[in-house]
Design a protein around this ligand. Structure first.
Ligand code: 8X3
Length: 257
């Protein structure tokens, strides 16, 4: 198994949910972390807590992943001790709206495409050359079951996650001779603030998504990310799909009342 002690792990969208769980999981294993999000106060608190709990170095950086110049500048100006990123966890992502396509608001499309696709591309493109130069690295994309199946009312979100799947596969091919691993972790129903954001803050609607079943948690996904990052050097986990126990596919779910 590969040790994470002293490795530098960059996690986008680390202020909550899966990203925050990954920060704690990797910090616990002794990795030094770069955590970014738009909400600086939240990542500052998380950074402080992780430093105290695990004694690792944490660099918290306010970053809007959708701004290409900001992403480039962020990577260029990283403090020396954080420059050599070993693992990039492309986690920042969101869904906005859950409507039939013809009734959907295009504002949400821009945000999803900008964050889930362009943001992931910007971060990967900014960090990969350094990994190639250092002759090693691991890119772990947080995809979704929505990248494996399309479902009703999810045209654009599913399209963005299918894009993540395509990017994962292509970049893996492009870097196969560079000792770079590229993986995707695709989850189904994970209870985070994902649904609240999707439903524009409507708590009731958000809760109904997880009603009558035991959803996955951010920690369940972080556990899979950790597994992926710690295999022996001869192993690349191409993809892991996780579903809640009462979920058979994106749309087939058993709920108990
Ligand atoms: C989130 C999972 O099923 O809401 O990526 O698309 S789902």
């Amino acid at each position: 198994m590969k040790s994470l002690k002293g490795k530098i792990v960059f996690i986008t969208g680390a202020s909550s949910g899966i990203g925050k769980s990954c920060a704690y999981a990797f910090g616990k294993e002794g990795a030094n972390l770069i955590i970014s999000a738009r909400r600086k106060n939240l990542i500052d608190e998380i950074a402080e807590d992780i430093r105290k709990k695990f004694g690792v170095k944490v660099h918290a950086y306010k970053l809007d992943i959708t701004k290409r110049e900001d992403v480039i500048n962020f990577v260029k100006t990283l403090p020396n001790e954080f420059k050599n990123i070993d693992i990039l966890i492309n986690n920042a992502g969101l869904a906005k709206g859950f409507n039939k396509f013809y009734e959907d608001n295009p504002d949400g499309w821009e945000e999803m495409i900008d964050t889930n696709v362009k943001g992931l591309l910007y971060a990967t493109h900014a960090i990969l050359p350094g990994m190639i130069e250092r002759k090693g690295g691991h890119i772990i994309n947080i995809g979704s079951i929505a990248g494996r199946e399309a479902y009703p009312k999810g045209a654009v979100y599913c399209a963005t996650k299918h894009a993540v799947d395509a990017i994962t596969r292509s970049v893996r091919m492009d870097t196969v001779d560079k000792n770079i691993l590229v993986s995707t972790i695709d989850a189904g129903l994970v209870e985070t603030n994902f649904s609240k954001i999707r439903f524009h803050g409507d708590e009731e609607k958000a809760k109904s998504i997880y009603k009558g079943l035991s959803p996955l948690t951010g920690d369940d996904i972080a556990d899979a990310v950790l597994y992926c990052a710690t295999r022996p050097p001869n192993v690349n986990i191409a993809e892991i799909t996780l579903l809640a126990a009462q979920q058979a596919s994106a749309t087939v779910v058993h709920r108990e009342n």
